[in-house]
Design a protein around this ligand. Structure first.
Ligand SMILES: N[C@@H](CCC(=O)N[C@@H](CS)C(=O)NCC(=O)O)C(=O)O
Length: 199
C-alpha cells in the first residue's frame, strides 16, 4: 500500500500512528507530497488533492482519514481501535469527531493566518478560534482516561499536539488537565514518537 502524506498534517499523522499500532507499518510506503502544489500522483488519486490518501492493495484510492483509519483498523492485527458496534462504538466516534472538529477549525484558522495581513478576516479568525476552543472543552469533558488507547484518544492527542505546534500562541492546555495528561501518555508511545509533526 502507499500512503500520501505530509509530515506536519495531523490527519496524515493519525493514519501513520494507526498503521504502526496495527502492525501495518511494513506494508505501507509513506510518500511525502505537496498537496498545495497539486502533486501529480496525489491529484491522480484524490480529486480534492488532500493528504492523507491511501492507495490500497487493490490499487484503488481511499480518502479521508477516518475512512483510511477504519480500513487499517480492520486489516491490521491486535485489538480494534474502533469498537465494531453498539454504544462503545458511538462513544469512541464522539471523541474522534470532536477531535476532528478541533483540527478542522485549527486548519481553517491556519489558512486564514497565512493570507496576507490585509486579506485576513478578523471575524473568521474569531469564529475559528472560538470553535476550536469549544471543541477542546468538549473533548476535555469526555477524555476521562489518559491511558485508554483507541481511535478517539489517538485523534484527541494528535489534535492537541498539532494545535500546540501550529498555534503556539493559543492556550490549549489551560483548564484542560485531562487533555494534558492524555497527550503526555500518548506522545511517549513508539507510534507517536516516530511521527512527530516537527520531525
Ligand atoms: N477531512 C480530511 C482533511 C484532510 C486535510 O485537510 N488535509 C490537508 C493537510 S492537513 C490538505 O491536504 N490540504 C490541502 C488542500 O486542502 O488543498 C481528512 O480527515 O483526511
Amino acid at each position: 500500500m502507499k500512503l500520501y502524506i505530509t509530515v506536519p498534517s495531523p490527519f496524515a499523522r493519525k493514519c501513520r500512528i494507526v498503521a504502526r499500532e496495527k502492525g501495518l507499518a511494513d506494508r505501507i510506503d509513506e510518500i511525502a507530497v505537496d498537496p498545495y502544489a497539486n502533486a501529480p500522483e496525489l491529484l491522480a488519486s484524490n480529486p480534492i488533492v488532500q493528504v492523507p490518501t491511501l492507495i490500497a492493495d487493490d490499487g484503488l484510492p481511499v480518502t479521508d482519514s477516518p475512512v483510511i483509519c477504519d480500513w487499517l483498523d480492520e486489516i491490521g492485527t491486535g485489538a480494534r481501535l474502533m469498537p465494531a458496534s453498539g454504544a462503545d462504538r458511538l462513544a469512541v466516534r464522539r471523541v474522534e469527531t470532536l477531535a476532528n472538529a478541533a483540527l478542522e477549525m485549527g486548519v481553517k484558522l491556519l489558512l486564514e493566518m497565512r493570507r496576507p495581513e490585509n486579506e485576513r478576516s478578523p471575524s473568521w479568525i474569531t469564529r475559528w478560534t472560538g470553535n476550536m476552543g469549544r471543541a477542546l472543552d468538549a473533548l476535555e469533558a469526555v477524555c476521562d482516561d489518559p491511558h485508554r488507547v483507541d481511535m478517539g484518544t489517538i485523534t484527541a492527542a494528535v489534535a492537541v499536539t498539532w494545535i500546540d505546534f501550529r498555534h503556539p500562541g493559543f492556550d490549549w492546555s489551560g483548564g484542560r488537565p485531562r487533555l494534558v495528561a492524555l497527550r503526555e501518555a500518548m506522545e511517549i508511545r513508539p507510534s507517536f514518537m516516530a511521527t512527530r509533526p516537527d520531525a
